[in-house]
Design a protein around this ligand. Structure first.
Ligand SMILES: [Fe+2]
Length: 137
């Protein structure tokens, strides 16, 4: 696997993180009703986590000599204040992220443990988010 193909996949993951950050910040602002009590802090924390993941992925791209994207993935972010609709959107986003990182782990060079470990941590975090949001629904 050439660095070029790997950098392309990492940039896709980075664009997903930039979208997720905006999505969670948006839902943190708009989630309404009694569930706002616990979901607003949850979404705010997920926005922060997406920011952190984006930093990790950007760092990996820099390390591999690539140019990191600055645009978010263009998939629309549905505006709603309904917590169930929001959670469905979040679950789809997290599943896609977990899938993307799972695929990236398969194509990482096997001579860089630090790179592998940092992206595996992100992969595990996405899997935990999928499990957590599935339990909320
Ligand atoms: Fe993430």
């Amino acid at each position: 696997m050439s660095n070029e193909a790997l950098i392309k996949s990492l940039n896709q993951a980075l664009a997903f993180e930039l979208r997720a950050e905006i999505m969670y910040a948006h839902y943190s602002a708009y989630v309404a009703g009694i569930h706002r009590l616990h979901l607003q802090p949850f979404f705010a924390a997920e926005a922060q986590e997406s920011f952190t993941h984006a930093s990790v992925v950007r760092g990996a791209i820099v390390k591999l000599g690539g140019v990191a994207v600055t645009e978010r993935d263009q998939a629309p972010i549905k505006h709603t204040t309904d917590y169930r609709e929001i959670l469905e959107e979040c679950l789809n986003t997290e599943k896609k992220a977990a899938e993307t990182y799972g695929a990236i782990l398969q194509i990482l060079p096997d001579n860089d443990d630090e790179l592998y470990d940092s992206l595996q941590q992100v992969f595990f975090a996405e899997q935990r988010s999928v499990e957590e949001i599935t339990r909320l629904l």
